[in-house]
Structures are given as C-alpha cells and as structure tokens.
Design a protein around this ligand. Structure first.
Ligand SMILES: [Zn+2]
Length: 343
C-alpha cells in the first residue's frame, strides 16, 4: 500500500492554517481577517479575487477555475506536486508551520490517542490553535479505551481487478483498482475478493475477504475480517468520501453499495453491517459532513436497524433516511434513485 509511513495527515491538515500558507506564498487576501477570505486565484489568470477560502474549515474553492480542496490540496497545487500529493504536501506544510515531523507521527499500536482527541499534534513553537479543533478536548482527560484504534498494516496483495465476481456486480476494473479490490489467488485471502479497509487518514488497517468461489464451505464465513480488527472504529471508504468535499454523505451497509455510489460520484461510506457506534458517527462529523442519508438494504434487517442507527447518527449530523423497496439494495437500486442522490 501507500508508503505514507505513520504521518498523521489529517492532523497536519487540521493544524495548518490557511493564513500561514497564504503568507508563505505571498498571497494577500482582499480583506484579511475574516473566516472567509478571497484571493486572486494563483491557479488561473485571475483579474478579480475569485478564489474563496474558508479559514475555519481549511478549504478553498475557486469560482473562476475548477480548483478546490483542502489546505494540503492547495499546497500540492502551488508546489505542482502530482505524485502522492497529500503526503508530499504535508511535508511542505510542516515546513510552513515550523513543526517537526515527529510532532505528527502516529504512536505505535496500542498507544494512539482516539481520533477525536487530537492530542498529539501540538507543535512546540508558539503555534496558533488548530483551525478545526472541535469538542474533543474533554476526551483528553479520560484514559484511552483499551483499543482505540486499529493498527496500520503494511501488506500488499497481488489481486485480479477484473475478476468476474466484480464485473458481474457492475464494478469496472478502474474502480476496483482505485479501491485496491480484487480476487486473491493465494494465502489467507485465497479464493476471496480482498477489500482493503482504511482509517480516516487513508491508511490500511485491514482486508475484508469476500468468498468468491461459489458457496463457501461450511467452515468458511462468507466475509472474513482479521482477528482483533475493531469494525466499530472504522467506516469503509471514509477517507475517499471525505475527499469529495461534500456536506452530505450516504451511509450504507455494505462494500458493493459503497462502490456503486462512489462510481456515480456520490460520497458514500459503509457500516460493514447494520450496527453503528458513536465513534463512527463522530468520524463522519470530524470528516466535515453535515448531513447523512441513511440507505439500508430493503429487507427486514435493514428496516429493524434503521431507528437505532438514526438515533446514533443524529447525535452528530442531520439525518435523512431513504427506505428501499423489498429486495432492493443500494447496489441494485435504479439509476433514477442514484440521480436523486447526486447533488
Ligand atoms: Zn482559479
């Protein structure tokens, strides 16, 4: 997988004020000081300040060209970084804010602070307070739960992205490759479709294996997750959905539904089941989402799970539900429903 080491890219992003970045590149806002400022866009020939920057959320959008994104995207564009851009931009960001790499390295397994606590990244040199620091402060006093994060793993599997299991589900090879999903011929994932699961920073924390060779033998589960992997700490596809910079996210049960929606350009995450815990709801709000559209499978399990899920999600976001007809899942719903989700 990625060679991004253990740098906490999300923390670096959250601790890199746009004002520092603009100053670094000699870009002056029209009216400095506000939470929303405008600059002459450095990415196109801009006569009027048409690049809008939300300093509080750490994002920018140009109304004169297609460029938009977060502060690391901005740096990557300024530096013309194309390869592994978030990581490379994060290194530049460290330089701009005068922080050391060590300040943002993630502690090893078992020592990491909860995602919400944002405790570690507090660079020494009289830094401004983090732009997007949220209410996590109270959590800092509590001892960390026994297992607060899934450790990052460094495994690279050789996978077939064009396996018929995927093509039959309408998953094109490009999507499969982008997601790192494919059929595995050997090892512990043998005869399964390996599905990488990432943490919110986009680091690999597990592979889920879906049996893909007819019916699984009696002693083989259809889906297999590694022992000790804490599903309730992750949301499948969160890092990619967050990078789409939308206010809403569609929450579904499974991987294939997520892929279908992602292929249609809709930010989607999967619960990997019908349970949710508060940590997962928090991950969504921390990723910048304001609204969740909950679409469970059109079956009894889905209907029963809807009220408790709405209850937990609504502690962090505005929630809407879409109830699917019997037998329909988000990966089999018709195009018109997909269109209604695209906004
Ligand atoms: Zn522009």
């Amino acid at each position: 997988m990625s060679k991004t080491g253990l740098l906490d890219l999300v923390a670096i992003r959250n601790n890199t004020p746009f004002s520092d970045v603009l100053a670094h590149y000699g870009l002056t806002p029209e009216k400095p000081g506000g939470k929303q400022v405008k600059i002459r866009c450095p990415f196109h020939d801009d006569k009027t300040p048409s690049c809008s920057i939300n300093q509080e959320r750490g994002i920018f959008k140009c109304f004169g060209c297609p460029e938009k994104g977060n502060v690391l995207d901005f740096i990557a564009l300024m530096e013309e970084i194309t390869d592994n851009h978030a990581y490379q931009a994060a290194l530049v960001a460290l330089d701009i804010i005068g922080a050391a790499r060590e300040d943002f390295e993630k502690p090893q397994e078992g020592q990491r602070t909860p995602k919400g606590a944002k405790k570690k990244p507090n660079p020494s040199k009289g830094r401004k307070s983090p732009q997007r620091a949220k209410s996590g402060a109270t959590e800092e006093e509590k001892p960390a739960p026994k297992k607060s994060v899934n450790p990052v793993i460094d495994i690279s599997l050789t996978l077939d992205h064009e396996h018929e299991f995927l093509t039959e589900r309408g998953i094109d090879p490009e999507t499969a490759e982008a997601f790192g999903i494919g059929y595995c011929g050997t090892g512990i994932m043998k005869r399964r479709i390996a599905i990488p699961i990432h943490n919110p920073a986009g680091e690999l924390v597990a592979y889920s294996g879906r049996w893909a060779d007819g019916d699984p033998p009696d002693d083989e589960p259809r889906y297999k997750l590694p022992k000790g992997f804490e599903k309730s700490l992750e949301l499948f596809n969160l890092h990619r959905a967050a990078s789409m910079q939308k206010q809403y996210v569609v929450v579904v049960e499974g991987y294939w539904s997520t892929l279908r929606l992602d292929q249609a350009g809709i930010p989607a995450v999967a619960l990997m089941g019908t349970d949710i815990c508060v940590v997962q709801a928090k991950l969504l709000s921390e990723a910048g989402f304001k609204y969740a559209i909950l679409i469970l499978d059109g079956d009894e399990a889905g209907r029963l799970a809807t009220p408790p899920l709405v209850h937990v999600l609504s502690q962090e976001l505005y929630v809407k539900t879409l109830v699917l007809p019997e037998g329909i899942k988000p990966d089999t719903m018709d195009e018109s429903m997909i269109d209604r989700l695209r906004r």
